[in-house]
Design a protein around this ligand. Structure first.
Ligand code: DX5
Ligand code: ZN
Length: 217
């Protein structure tokens, strides 16, 4: 069963608990938290304090996506805040092997994300260490962007890498996922589907989650 991970980037943060509850009712499996620093990506969002607030609002796993420079510096803080998975960007890290081990040593699942312009082949040497590979299907920084079709090819390549290497990582897709793009992403081999705008900007958060869950089941 695929995993639905609504992103609180598009939620009404003045009602965070209630918004997460609506997503839970609709069948959300994880809650995705988009951390942006204004350097690695042009936008600024939130830090460990908000992740902690999400932690007190739900028992669902928190999937923390760090779109920040020098993530090593903050991994401990996000772990303490309650992250279950911490994903760093391949492009933001010099010693990726070390960073992924650092995350795992905290008892947190370690993910690595790649931008649309970064090939899957750059992850070949960490395939067995990573718990999750996140294929960005938009250029990171903002919700509500259009899905980049080339990402489907990259998801298939990630699935081939997993098969070839005997690795066990989950394949996550993030950006522009809605009731049209979820199905081809599922067919390409995705396990985890991040969705922001399509659920939190809809008229009915629970119904939109349920609709997506039905597509990816
Ligand atoms: C983009 C973020 C995504 C974003 C997805 O930089 O990583 O998680 O919130 O939002 P939608 O579903 O609106 O593309
Ligand atoms: Zn994200």
């Amino acid at each position: 069963m695929a995993i639905l991970a609504p992103s609180i980037l598009s939620a009404d943060l003045s009602n965070l608990s209630q918004q997460i509850r609506m997503a839970e009712i609709g069948g959300a499996d994880w809650i995705h938290c988009d951390i942006m620093d204004g350097h690695f990506v042009p936008n600024l969002t939130f830090g460990p304090i908000l992740v902690k607030a999400a932690r007190t609002s739900t028992k669902l796993p928190l999937d923390v996506h760090l779109m920040i420079e020098n993530p090593d510096k903050y991994i401990g803080d996000f772990s303490k805040a309650g992250a279950d998975t911490i994903t760093v960007h391949q492009e933001a890290v010099v010693h990726l092997d070390r960073t992924l081990h650092m995350i795992k040593e905290l008892g947190v699942k370690a993910g690595v994300a790649i931008n649309p312009s970064t090939p899957v082949s750059t992850l070949e040497e960490v395939a067995e260490i990573a718990d999750l590979i996140l294929v960005m299907s938009v250029n990171p920084g903002f919700g509500g962007q259009r899905f980049i079709q080339n990402s489907l090819k990259k998801v298939r390549e990630a699935a081939q890498l997993r098969k070839r290497s005997g690795a066990k990582f989950l394949i996550e897709i993030d950006g522009g996922i809605d009731n049209k793009t979820a199905e081809p992403a599922l067919e390409a081999g995705c396990d985890v589907f991040v969705t922001g705008t399509a659920v939190f900007k809809s008229d009915n958060i629970s119904a939109s989650c349920a609709e997506l869950k039905n597509i990816i089941k």
